[in-house]
Write a protein that binds this ligand. Sequence first.
Ligand SMILES: Nc1ncnc2c1ncn2[C@@H]1O[C@H](COP(=O)(O)OP(=O)(O)O)[C@@H](O)[C@H]1O
Ligand SMILES: [Mg+2]
Length: 266
Amino acid sequence: MGARVIVITSGKGGVGKTTSTANIAVALAKAGKRVVAVDTDIGLRNLDMVMGLESRVVYNFIDVIEKNCKLTQALVRDKRVENLYLLPAAQTRTKDAVSPAQMAELCSQLRPDFDFVLLDCPAGIEGGFKNAAAGADEALVVTTPEVPAVRDADRIIGMLESMGKSPIRLVINRFRAIMVQNNEMLSQEDILDVLSIKLIGIVPEDDSVIKAANRGEPLTFAQESPAAQAYANIAARILGENVPLLQWDSYRSKGLFSSLKKMFGF
Ligand SMILES: Nc1ncnc2c1ncn2[C@@H]1O[C@H](COP(=O)(O)OP(=O)(O)O)[C@@H](O)[C@H]1O
Ligand SMILES: [Mg+2]
């Protein structure tokens, strides 16, 4: 038994992987689960900042792999909620400092002590992604409603499928219903028509995300914002609860969808 290990990935950078990891981690911990969020973005770590734990980072997961410290020494405990930990990334190393086998071994070490291990993945489809994905059972693919992000998500989904990850579920982030209505943004139907995976949640564009990142306090600590609610719902669905999707307008953005169809060849 032990933890479910979930990689949070995207293909395209800057779509909200780190934001999603931090907020889902907090929401799962608030639901009483033992959670560790692992920053696998070596060299560009920022999960520690989004979680507001950067001043308490001493060791990182490469120190654990290289046996410079014990796993328990590298884990940073979040004092705001029970059973939430961060395992930071090294800032001064490159992505080839670890192998997929070492990452998988690290995940096995974490499994007995946690209910969830969330792996915040670097952008791209190269070594950093393969390392992070190696130890995972399941995947969450994050995309924004933009054609390039959806195309990169499609490539990542293909790779995750060939690696045998299951389930692979989709988070649509930075959604703006008004723009969809005005035919300026892909709708959830557009995206789901081309990506053959299940949707686990839609997170709206929300200024509180940026304010929270600057404060170093994941949104899900304070429930009232729309994005915080969306992340709490995603966490509940990960736990198997049947939470209905928020009712976004299902208007199809015809012009944008036809360009997406062309790109995917149907
Ligand atoms: N739902 C959202 N609404 C507003 N801003 C967001 C949202 N999600 C992410 N952002 C912002 O987008 C930027 C990139 O997010 P981040 O989580 O760091 O992406 P990634 O880890 O995929 O590179 C950050 O500045 C973040 O605050
Ligand atoms: Mg990131």
